[in-house]
Design a protein around this ligand. Structure first.
Ligand SMILES: [Zn+2]
Length: 472
């Protein structure tokens, strides 16, 4: 069955049909590295990770690009406040971001371009827009995108969001990267060097200055994924003006459709309220880890809310995630034991029959990533597995098959099972015993232990430095 996704561009759920299957080009607006990312940001990145993992599960060859915004209004302000340099300041938060991404078990994007390393591409895109008469330089040296000229050329400004142009005041300009839809105005592509910028500027044909935020994403996404690509993701707060401006700049320059599907993740509330430092409900991932929660629990909670629904993140919800994960771990551990159980089982009718998970799991996710349905399928499966185990009516082979189904499912969820990376004490004891037998040249015994380990799902590899255990 085909995957359907809600395309903001069409304002409806559509069948996902990439431009050049099985390839999928996917761009997600990345972090502005001026602080630690908060859990509202993380909701978007976990959602992006789910999309990427599910597309790969379905056999698509995804190129996942996420930019690093390392030059922007807020960054410059903080660099000055902290009396530091741009690379030193942004570098610190970029490292922290990738650490957090790993803690949440999000797959690393294939490419993570930095804005400051794409100034040439940004300048050349602005030049194209000037050449096409859609951008102009103002008296202060800044370059602006002309909405009037763009619309005059037959383009649609307001593809993602209906805009009321009657309220627009022609001739107005906005230099700030963030503005409301009530003040649609020509926006800055290149900001002429100002005293507040300190030594943060680049030379350009338009004079010294720095790029606006919106043009960074157009330049980097098109450089890597081409003028037209399949998927663009981000939080819904980016729809206007950021994504609308990305479309205008890109389509204005190339005259091609920029992106086929736009996916937006909804807002996140914390304890029922908008997250704010003054309310004390503002959490970075690190704040939650300091409270004793794990990245795995945070991931689970963020993942299990449907991406288009406003989600109320609570500490109680995190405790619920802990309980849910424990149920999964317990079931997977029991299945591992059963699969490794070589003692013959009293024959029960149907003991070899499989406990299916994938059909119901994928049917749910195919429907615009219906994650509640998919999780429902997982817990239904756990109930059935537990029932069969309790009745002793699940053969080791059927348990093995169930484990394979779980691993495929988890390649999408990325919540893992607790013991996967840890080597259980009895396994390492066996491996030690094998090493001792080998040393004593008792090869019969060492081979027996190797086979025993293998039957428990562990492969032992020898090297000059000793041995290594691998879990199959
Ligand atoms: Zn962006």
């Amino acid at each position: 069955m085909g995957l359907k996704l809600f395309n903001t561009l069409a304002r409806s759920v559509q069948e996902f049909a990439p431009l050049d299957p099985p390839k999928v080009g996917m761009y997600c607006c990345g972090p502005t590295v001026y602080d630690f990312a908060h859990i509202g940001n993380w909701r978007t990145f976990v959602f992006t990770d789910l999309v990427r993992r599910y597309l790969e599960f379905k056999g698509y060859a995804v190129t996942h690009v996420m930019n690093i915004t390392d030059i922007e209004d807020k960054i410059i302000k903080r660099v000055r406040q902290n009396k530091t340099t741009l690379p030193e300041f942004t570098g610190k938060f970029e490292i922290a971001f990738f650490e957090d991404l790993k803690t949440l078990n999000c797959l690393s994007p294939h490419q993570t371009p930095r804005a400051t390393e794409h100034i040439t591409e940004i300048i050349s895109l602005i030049q194209k827009l000037i050449a096409r008469g859609i951008a102009y330089q103002s008296a202060d040296g800044s370059v602006y995108f002309s909405i009037e000229k763009y619309r005059g050329g037959g383009y649609n400004y307001g593809q993602l969001l209906k805009l009321n142009f009657d309220e627009m005041r022609p001739g107005e300009r906005v230099k700030s990267d963030e503005y409301a839809k009530e003040s649609i105005a020509d926006f800055a592509l290149w900001k002429a060097r100002a005293p507040d910028d300190g030594d943060i500027f680049w030379p350009s044909p338009f004079g010294e200055g720095r790029p606006g935020w919106h043009i960074e994403c157009s330049a980097m996404s098109m450089k890597i994924l081409g003028a037209s690509f399949d998927l663009h993701l981000g939080g819904e707060d980016l729809i206007f003006p950021h994504h609308e401006d990305e479309i205008a700049q890109s389509e204005g320059a190339t005259q091609k459709t920029f992106v086929k599907y736009w996916l937006h993740g909804a807002h996140l509330l914390v304890e029922g309220k908008k997250m704010s430092k003054s309310l004390g409900n503002f959490f970075t991932l690190r704040d939650l880890l300091a409270k004793g929660f794990t990245g795995r629990e945070v991931r689970y909670l963020l993942l299990t809310a449907h991406y288009r629904e406003t989600f109320n993140f609570t500490l109680e919800g995190l405790n619920g995630a802990k309980t849910a994960l424990a149920r999964i771990d317990e079931c997977v551990a029991k299945l591992r034991d059963r699969a490794a159980d070589m003692l013959s089982l009293e024959k029960k009718p149907g003991q070899h029959s499989a406990v299916d998970l994938l059909p119901s799991f994928t049917a749910a996710l195919d429907e615009d990533l219906n994650i509640s349905g998919a999780c429902g399928a997982v817990f239904e499966w756990i109930r059935e597995v537990n029932r069969r185990l309790a009745e002793h009516s699940l053969s080791p082979t059927a348990a093995e098959t169930a484990l394979i189904e779980w691993e495929k499912t988890d390649s999408v969820l990325g919540i893992g099972a607790k013991s996967e990376t840890e080597i259980p004490a009895d396994i390492s004891a066996l491996a030690e015993a094998r090493a001792a037998a080998k040393k004593a040249k008792d090869f019969k015994r060492s081979d027996e232990i190797r086979d025993e380990l293998k039957s428990k799902g562990w492969v032992v590899e020898d090297s000059p430095k000793g041995f290594k255990l691998k879990n199959n």
